[in-house]
Design a protein around this ligand. Structure first.
Ligand code: HEC
Length: 480
């Protein structure tokens, strides 16, 4: 066995110095094809070496155990040690690649009930059916929020804020006079959130991509905008957006032309408003507390800085900074049982996270991450570091976690206080049970009905789900 393996790997190193391929510059798939597929098979199903995608791990099934096997190998049994040939970052990327293929392989043969309106779907703690809320007329809906009189507000990415009436019908007329939005890449009109004391004060909060075009957009297709996430509040009187006030905006120098990672969600807690500003593709900018990108914020609901904020009054630090080192969180909610703030965050390729958000803490992006670059080039070999927070869980491969809520209604007793995570890429809705700040159950309860953009526990006890592609709003209702 040992001899056969050595013979097999010899040719790789027998080249003249200049002919040796430069493994250090390869992406992860090329590394696997060049160095691993000879023994583990091109599709990882095994050969001379074992299958890497059957879910059986001889040396332990943790990422760390797999990392160590690749690093140290096991020459006696024919597994080459890759220490010194591959960097730690590349080995970490191989672990992510193996996880992606393993998950895909283990998922084949598992079928989810094809979702359709009216069909009963049985899950671990509840049986539900899908009810259509808005079937037609919406274009890229992004967020939903509930008014005390039973109406709902919905944003569309291209800039419209719309009502769903008490009759359940989408109002064809959008609210007029809402802020002008730069529709660019992932940015546009994003979050809408109704103040918890709306009945007294009428405030509605919006998060959107604010900015300007450097040339007249109509005349020049290459015109680029300068954009940044901005938070405002206002009231609605007779379909008119009025009384607008700025809650938070960045200094103009931080506006940029990038089209990614705007965040965001808005949530409230005892007189405070919390919101997310994504890192806008700025990577290390998330680590700089004087830079507004890649941060979660906490302000008084009128936009002023609370005195007990962790960085309050520090010169150069943007107003309201609460936590940092974030990439692109797009889900945020308080646990109704103990008031803990949770946020879901998009990782790169791999490394989506569920985090507990605390004041002044650093969540590590991009110094630590469980993911790698989209092109398979490594990002970081570090998944943890002192002074940086660990996620409660991470999803590798990525699910593209978007939208997050705790179920607070009474219609599904089996789901009470469970959290729900939407997923764009995996097109699934996950129920995540959290007990004592730890995840104790995870279940996919809905799949393949569209990209899930937002999920909310409605005041009527139903679970509302916003879909993109197709653009619809559905709700889950219990079956008796
Ligand atoms: C010369 C053949 C050979 C090559 C090349 C090779 N492996 Fe292996 N690998 C093996 C064998 C044989 C084992 C089983 C060793 C054992 O039983 O401990 C193994 C074990 C492993 C394991 C542990 C599996 C488990 O069940 O715990 C991992 C992970 C792994 N290899 C990954 C890789 C990666 C990644 C590469 C490329 C960088 C690679 N291997 C290249 C032969 C090879």
């Amino acid at each position: 066995m040992k001899r056969a393996c050595l013979l097999l790997i010899l040719p790789l190193f027998a080249h003249a110095e200049d002919e040796v391929p430069d493994y250090k510059t390869m992406n992860v798939s090329e590394v696997f094809t060049n160095l691993c597929s000879g023994c583990h098979g091109k599709d990882m199903t095994g050969g001379q070496g074992p299958s890497l995608i059957d879910g059986n791990w001889k040396h332990g099934d943790t990422d760390n155990a797999i990392f160590q096997t690749i690093l140290k190998g096991n020459l006696d049994l024919g597994m080459t040690p890759w220490e010194g040939i591959l960097t730690d970052k590349q080995i970490r990327s191989l672990v992510i690649l193996i996880r992606e293929k393993e998950k895909a392989a283990l998922a084949t043969g598992i079928t989810f009930p094809e979702p359709e309106v009216g069909k009963q779907i049985e899950t671990d703690h509840a049986t539900y059916e899908i009810e259509m809320v808005v079937d037609e007329g919406l274009k890229i809906p992004w967020s939903i929020s509930f008014l005390p009189d039973g109406r709902k507000l919905v944003t569309e990415k291209e800039g419209r804020l719309r009502f769903i009436g008490t009759d359940g019908k989408l109002d064809p007329k959008a609210v007029e006079g809402t802020p002008e939005v730069i529709v660019h890449g992932q940015g546009g009109l994003m979050e809408v959130a109704v103040h918890p004391d709306y009945e007294q004060n009428g405030w509605i909060y919006l998060a959107y991509a604010d900015g300007w075009w450097n040339k007249k957009k109509e005349k020049d297709k290459k015109a680029k905008p300068s954009v940044m996430t901005r938070i405002v509040r206002g009231r609605i009187k007779d379909h008119q957006w009025v009384d607008q006030e700025d809650i938070w905006k960045a200094d103009k120098k931080f506006y940029s032309s990038g089209g990614t990672h705007f965040g965001t969600r808005i949530t409230f807690d005892m007189g405070h408003v919390f919101f997310i500003i994504g890192e806008r593709g700025g990577n290390m900018e998330a680590q700089d507390i004087k830079n507004p990108k890649g941060k979660i914020y906490r302000l008084l609901d009128d936009g002023s800085e609370p005195k007990d904020n962790p960085f309050a009054g520090q010169p150069g630090v943007p107003k309201g900074l609460w936590s940092y080192g974030h990439r692109n969180p797009q889900g945020m909610a308080f646990d109704p049982r103990d008031g803990t703030l949770y946020s879901t965050e998009h990782g790169p390729r791999g490394g989506d996270e569920l985090n507990i958000i605390g004041p002044g803490l650093n969540y590590g992006w991009p110094v630590i991450t469980y993911g790698m670059n989209y092109n398979g080039k490594p990002l970081s070999d570090l998944t943890e570091k002192e002074g940086m927070e660990q996620p409660v869980i991470h999803w590798t491969p990525s699910i593209a976690a978007c939208g997050f809520t705790f179920y607070t209604g009474d219609k599904f007793p089996g789901w009470k206080n469970d959290s729900f995570v939407g997923a764009l890429k995996q097109q699934e809705l996950r129920r995540v049970r959290i007990e004592d700040k730890k995840v104790t159950e995870q279940e996919v309860i809905l799949k393949n009905i569209g990209r899930i953009r937002d999920v909310r526990s409605g005041p009527d006890g139903f679970l509302y789900v916003i879909l993109n592609d197709p653009d619809k709003i559905i709700r889950l209702v219990p079956v008796k």
